[in-house]
Design a protein around this ligand. Structure first.
Ligand SMILES: [Zn+2]
Ligand SMILES: [Zn+2]
Length: 473
């Protein structure tokens, strides 16, 4: 792989289901060491090199994992070779895994490192360009020795277990950098460690309209360090009741008379630039990428692959398809938010009003499995505006939209993200999707289903850059 792109820390992300299986194998309650191999895709990004767990091979004690000649235990040459060939076939990096005693600190031993020096040069040849490495786990810690090449070896910085909640493990407990006193009141709930986690997060927001502008404001005020907001749309007068922080002068400056503005073809501000202004006023140190583009464009989607979380607040089937793929393929927890008013067109009678939040968990909950990506509408959206006009697909009547319906969904989603990313929820809590209806006092709880052969969640899980995203090139 291209080592010039390697800057920043090395991390690995593991789907919760994979980590649970690995934990049960490593920590059997016998106090002994056990072994396994993880096949992981590698994504080189500006925020460091990220490995994504794709396959898990458990070594059977007494067969694949035996007393060592030099160290305590070792994987057999046969098991190593089979796993390395399987990883090479799939274009995955090879990571040997074992466990040491301990709780929140762990390190590879001198024997471990000596065995890497003996074995990894030959393994790198089998892997044909993919990295090779070793991870050692304690109950709540992980350390790693990663060989990008025979000349370049680096230490693992941390591992993230991605599920309904997130768990970050380091080789040893980290020291805190100190929190800005402006966060005093929320630190009393989240702790300094929680605030520290938030300041290191990169979060993507798709859509900067009614819902997206609120998400961006909430995340900026909470102290998220880095936001990437995507929306190609510009402000128009009908957005003023919903886009937070939008000013009338964002449509056209006061000093510019309307006829001259028309003559000059003056354009209103992009919604992402309004979101950026609001975010920077709340937190001047925030890193804010405003992308006036479309998430279905390959180059735009690529800018989200190293996010720690994504919020989907754009209601097209194409955006759903791409963001659902980003979630499973790059192991990024995602929240879809929406608010809807369904009106019977002939009578104008309100049929349903709701705000909805759907958490997407990599490898577990998926918009495709739950039939929330309509293939007919997907095809309609893929057609050009002229084609749609010809086929009379254009929806003549703009959909109803109200700031308070958006706010209910957004507050619920950002709150859920906060508690999930800080590990404040019970790790075994199930994913539920909630619909709030102002006309019904009881919120509706839905249990998402999963199809075990789904090409979108199971098929893409942890594939990273090994599979193209469903975007336009
Ligand atoms: Zn060891
Ligand atoms: Zn699925």
């Amino acid at each position: 792989m291209d080592e010039s792109a390697m800057k920043g820390p090395i991390s690995i992300r593991l789907p919760k289901a994979m980590m649970s299986e690995l934990r049960a194998h490593l920590f059997q309650g016998d106090g002994d060491e056990h072994g396994a191999v993880i096949g992981a895709s590698a994504v080189a990004t500006a925020r460091g090199l990220r490995f994504l767990g794709r396959r898990l091979f458990l070594a059977v004690d007494g067969v694949d994992y035996l007393p060592g000649h030099r160290g305590y235990r070792m994987l057999t040459a046969d098991f190593v070779r089979q796993c390395a060939l399987a990883c090479a076939d799939d274009g995955l990096a090879y990571m040997a895994v074992h466990n040491h005693p301990g709780t929140d600190s762990v390190a590879l031993s001198g024997d471990d490192m000596a065995s890497h020096r003996r074995g990894y040069p030959a393994l790198l040849d089998i892997l044909d360009g993919s990295p090779v490495g070793a991870l050692v786990f304690a109950h709540q810690a992980v350390a790693g020795d990663i060989w990008l090449s025979k000349q370049n070896q680096l230490e693992l910085d941390h591992a993230v277990v991605v599920g309904r909640t997130q768990e970050t493990m380091y080789p040893s407990p980290r020291t805190l950098s100190g929190t800005d006193p402006q966060y005093d009141r929320q630190v009393r709930l989240l702790g300094e460690r929680g605030q520290d986690i938030l300041s290191a997060q990169k979060v993507g927001i798709i859509g900067a309209g009614g819902a997206g502008s609120l998400i961006s404001e909430y995340l900026a005020r909470l102290g998220i360090g880095h936001l990437v907001v995507v929306d190609f749309d510009r402000l128009d007068a009908t957005n003023l009741p919903r886009v937070v922080g939008a000013k009338r002068s964002d449509l056209r400056p006061k000093w510019l008379p309307a006829p001259i503005a028309r003559l000059l073809r003056y354009k209103a501000k992009h919604k992402v630039d309004i979101a950026k202004r609001v975010a920077q006023e709340a937190n001047p140190r925030i890193q804010f990428e405003a992308i006036a583009g479309d998430i279905t464009d390959s180059a735009v989607a690529q800018r989200l692959v190293d996010c720690d979380a994504i919020f989907l607040a754009a209601d097209t089937m194409q955006a759903r398809l791409v963001v659902n793929a980003l979630c499973h393929q790059y192991l990024i927890p995602t929240w879809q938010v929406g608010a809807k008013v369904q009106v019977d067109p002939p009578t104008g009678k309100i049929q349903d009003v709701f705000s909805v939040v759907r958490q997407l968990v990599p490898g577990e909950t998926c918009l495709w499995c739950n039939e929330l990506i309509d293939s007919t509408r997907l095809a309609e959206e893929a057609a050009s505006p002229e084609q749609r006009q010809a086929q009379r697909y254009v929806d003549e009547v703009p959909a109803p939209s109200v700031i308070t319906l958006n706010a209910v969904a957004v507050a619920h989603a950002v709150n859920d993200y906060l508690f999930a990313v800080l590990g404040l929820l019970d790790a075994d809590q199930m994913v539920t999707w909630t619909k709030c209806r102002p006309l019904d006092p009881q919120p509706a709880i839905e249990l998402p289903r999963q199809d075990t052969v789904c090409p979108e969640c199971v098929g893409r899980l942890g594939m990273g850059g090994l599979k193209p995203l469903p975007v336009r090139e």
